[in-house]
Structures are given as C-alpha cells and as structure tokens.
Design a protein around this ligand. Structure first.
Ligand code: C2E
Ligand code: CA
Ligand code: CA
Length: 279
C-alpha cells in the first residue's frame, strides 16, 4: 500500500509538472501569437425570429497555433486572464470586431450589432472606458452598434463599481448584455439596479428544453421576468427545432446557435449577408 501511495504521489506530481509546463508554454506562445497575428475572430449570427433577419453577430476569438493547430478559447482565455495578457488581447478583439462591424456597415449591411465578450480584468481596469471610447473613435463605429457581453460574476463582484462603469458605458449609448444568464448566484431582481439592455439565456439551460422540466421552468421564468423588466432576451446554444419551438411559444424573439449558424470567418458571413440564411 505504501508503494502504491508513493507511486500515486509521483504520478500526480509528474502530471502537475506537465500541466504547469504546458501552461507556461502556452503563455509564452500566446504572447507571441498576439504579435505574429495568429489570433483571428469568427462571428456567430444572432437572429430575430419574426423577421428572420440577422440582427447581430457575436465575435469569438480563435488561435491558430503554428504547430498545435487550432486552440479553443476555453484553453487560452483563462491563461490570458491569469497572466494579464487578456488586456492587450481583449483590446485587439474589440478593435478588430468594431472595425469589421464598421466595414459591414459601409458595405451596406444595415444596423448590424457586434457583440464582444469582456473579461473581468478588462472591465475592472481603470482605463477600460477610455479604451472602448478610443476604439469607437478610431474605427468610426456607432456606439449603438456595439454590445458588450459581461457575465453575472463580473458585475456581481463589486456591485457599486460595476453600476458606475455600466452607467458610464450606457450614457455613451453602448449596448450592454449579461452573458450566460442564470449560471451566477444572482437573482433577477438585482437586474433592475443595472443599466443593462439584455440578457443572454445560458446554453446550459437551453440544452435540455423542452424535455427537462427544471430547465424548462427556469427558462420560462427568465423569459417572463425579463419581459416584465423590459429587457431584451436572446437564447444561446439553440441546436434543435424543439428548443426553438419552446422558446418561440414563450415569446423569446432572438436566438443564437448551431441550428441557425455556427461561428464563421468574416468572409463567409459576408456571403450570407448578400444571399440570406438558408432557413
Ligand atoms: P460564450 O461567450 O458563452 O460563447 C458562446 C460559445 O458557445 C461559443 O464557444 C460558441 O461557439 C458556442 N456555441 C454557439 N452556439 C452553439 C450551439 O448551438 N451549441 C453549442 N454546443 N455551442 C454553441 P467558443 O467560441 O468556443 O467560446 C467559448 C467561450 O470562450 C465563450 O463563451 C467566451 O466565454 C470565451 N471567449 C471567446 N472569445 C472571447 C473573447 O474574445 N474574449 C473573452 N473574454 N472571452 C472569449
Ligand atoms: Ca458571449
Ligand atoms: Ca454565453
């Protein structure tokens, strides 16, 4: 038993070393990736069901590593957050997304909103507001067409400061959304204290509707309360017709998910804008 115990310990510590090393490697190469232009954005359409129109797109970061290939954001965003690299990375995402949205607007796509994910470290940085303003100025994008996505945990961390920052953004006409809604610890009642425009129902609750009674009840409650608080709602991760049916019946107007379109490069989306989504 002693033998086993020691071996087990060695096994874990070797694994932990390998992990720490992998992380360190990733950090180093992520730093280079930013400079070398290995990062790019894909865009996932958000649909208004009644009109069938694409009302917005969410920008999602991708990293094409020269040797390792495509690295998913779940792998590099947390490392970027831990190391502070999320600040230059996030700024790059914001600038690239705003420039792309401006280009689509110039190409004749009307009123298309661009949604950009903001991490805790970005949001809490004292120069966040200035950075956003500068990027809007540089790219010439109408602030109205920018939507910032923040998670519940970001805004709940320090409610008073969050309300101030959100208000600063709101008075500049920037759209604000709460991402992954329902996964945090907060109740809907806190929402009325925040100047937000919409909530995104987390994929985790959408996945098993209509069959899972608990999830169905949660989604129903979110939709009902959002309605009475006059908040816009979008459901994320819609993959099937039965999910769409359930959401539609309960007056969820906007949706995002593989059922409609996967995240895609800007060139591919441009084709869809000129042709329309085949659904
Ligand atoms: P998120 O903000 O919740 O983004 C939605 C994720 O769900 C995306 O994964 C998207 O590709 C995926 N998705 C969309 N529709 C469906 C569907 O119908 N079914 C399923 N199974 N998945 C769907 P992705 O692109 O891998 O991004 C993962 C997460 O990484 C994002 O979750 C976000 O938290 C983070 N992330 C991505 N890009 C950025 C970024 O530029 N900045 C920051 N701070 N975080 C980012
Ligand atoms: Ca998001
Ligand atoms: Ca989300």
């Amino acid at each position: 038993a002693k033998e086993l115990g020691r071996n087990t310990y060695q096994f874990f510590s070797a694994e932990m070393n390998a992990r720490a090393l992998e992380k360190l490697n990733l950090e180093t190469s992520l730093r280079q990736a930013l400079k070398r232009g290995e990062l790019f954005l894909v865009y996932q359409p958000q649909l208004d069901l009644a009109s069938g129109r694409i009302t917005g797109v969410e920008a999602l970061a991708r990293w094409r590593h020269p040797e390792k290939g495509l690295i998913p954001p779940e792998k590099f965003i947390p490392i970027a957050e831990e190391t502070g690299l999320i600040l230059p990375l996030g700024e790059w995402v914001l600038r690239t997304a705003c420039a792309q949205a401006r280009a689509w607007q110039a190409a004749g796509v009307p009123g298309l909103r661009i949604a950009v994910n903001v991490s805790a470290r970005q949001f809490n940085h004292p120069e966040f507001l200035e950075t956003v303003e500068r990027i809007l100025q540089e790219t010439g994008l109408d602030p109205n067409l920018l939507e910032l996505e923040l998670t519940e945990s970001i805004v709940m961390e320090n409610v008073q400061d969050a309300i101030m920052t959100l208000t600063d953004l709101k008075v500049r006409n920037i759209h604000l959304a709460i991402d992954d809604f329902g996964t945090g610890y907060s109740s809907l009642t806190y929402l009325k204290h925040f100047p937000i425009d919409r909530i995104k129902i987390a994929q985790e609750f959408v996945r098993d509707i209509p069959n899972d009674a608990d999830d169905a009840a949660i989604v129903e409650a979110i939709l009902a309360m959002a309605g009475s608080l006059n908040l816009e709602v979008i459901a994320e991760g819609v993959e099937r017709k039965d999910q769409l049916g359930f959401l539609h019946q309960r007056r969820c107007k906007e949706m995002q998910g593989y059922y409609f379109a996967r995240p895609m490069p800007a060139e591919q989306l441009a084709e869809i804008f000129s042709r329309g989504l085949a659904r």
